[in-house]
Design a protein around this ligand. Sequence first.
Ligand code: ADA
Length: 565
Amino acid sequence: MLSRRFQPHVLRRVEALDGIWDFAFLGDVDPDAIEVKEIRFTDRMAVPACFDATPSYAGRRGLVAYRRWIRVEAGRSLRLVFGSVHHWCRVVVDGKVLRDHAGGFTAFSATFTPDRSGDAELVVLVDNRFDARRAPLHLPYFDWYHYGGITRGVELHRLETPWIERVTTTTESIAPPALRVRIHWASSTAVGAVPFILQLDQRVMLQETITLTSDAGVLERVVEVPDANLWSPSDPNLHLLTVQLGTDDFRVRIGLRQVQVADREILINGEPVRLLGVNRHTLHPEFGHALPEAVLIADAQQLQALGVNFVRGSHYPQDPRFLDLCDELGICVWSEAIGWQHGAEHLTNPDFIEAQLTHIDEMVTEAVNHPSVIMWGVLNESHSHDPACRPGYEALLNHLRVLDPSRPVTYACNHPFDDVCLDLIDIVSINCYPGWYEGEIDDIPEALDRIVSYLDTHGQAHKPLIISEIGAGAIYGWRDLNGARWTEQYQARLLETVIRHMFQAQDRFAGLAIWQFCDGRTPPEVPRILGRPRGFNNKGLVDEYRRPKLAFDVVSQAFHALRST
Ligand code: ADA
């Protein structure tokens, strides 16, 4: 979105629509019963923002309406691009419904051609209620608070014909460095011969005149980029790829690197990398999911202070602005489609699977050019131990492999001893909470060794193995001589034990993602909230305001020491 340090478009005219829009809380009403022209906009709301993170609407759920005016030209192809809207929305221009969209955390667009010039009324109906039919991917039992609103930026694109729909890059080889570029294009009229140019930084790599004979298509080229420097966590070199087709352009920042798994290791450009990191929710008590750049920068600074080279984007696609920072800082990312403990009820439901496939399309489209994204994940802690769920896992994992064969795929499993889907993934990822939900801190080494020995004797011995969640709750500021659960001391002691055993007493683990970076609000429903003091998941190394707990320094010292070896 526009707030990046490079502009995705220079030739294409793009207008940011962020700011303060008209707003109305409509309440518990059916969107299909709404007459847009009858809405009385009595309030105002920031875009991007989560309206239910603001004082007037905190904790409230219902249908809301946003409105602003946009300048349109008759006969011109225009595109509204939304960075993310939660959980469901309907886009209306001058009373005409352009489209609905379900599912937050991914970008989507609506293309239209006005029949008049002037100011047009843009209204967006947004619903943060739970509705398994309209928004099947946002379910109330998940262990994070589902904020609602227009949570990432909105843009108005004025399209030239032909225009570039999207650009996908893959590192074809690293020696010599070569890039595969796929350009999906579209056109509102037959255009004939147009210029086609690929440029990396200031160097033109390819210049052709091509004839487009249909209204859409794909161009694919492989170009050698001998001057390019490779991307790696320790040396995160980036380059700017510019694609020009006709009078339209599309610019993406890329990093040349290849990810493989071999002999229990994760390799980047052929070098084994040990992933040391955290799970990170996109949450803040004042901003919900709509983190301003200042918070993104603060999080990036603390991730660097922790010494991480890995973030699992739990449990949904990450803000592209955060991925930009990870690209620059050499932080590897597990990009995950939304999901949380789904059983057969969802994984055998064709509508749920269809919604997941659409969501995965959007996630990959947005994240595929980020070198920091080294792996894809789905269906956190879902029922991979239930044979009835296997077809659902196959459908989503196979779809990821088709969309992007260049990255390994995984899912976080919390049933290691009876999982029936592990053969479907490249990296085995285990969520476990020894010393918190089961046993004591002294039981952690045996618990981890038991997982390793079971997996290595049940067909997974050749794969990289990571612990994708492990941790303990600590109430910020609670330091008590007894050092029992919920104290900062207990959390620090547990994590010190985990890291020491995983990386000093063992050599089997390719990575660790501590649960979790920061505390985050959880749903108010009982009974879970009775295990979530303050109504928050308190397993963060920092609290929700990013104030470090004792464990922060313990993890930081351990991670920096490990990364120096
Ligand atoms: C699970 C889940 C996390 C969180 C964690 C916890 O592993 O994947 O989202 O709920 O448990 O804190 O219990």
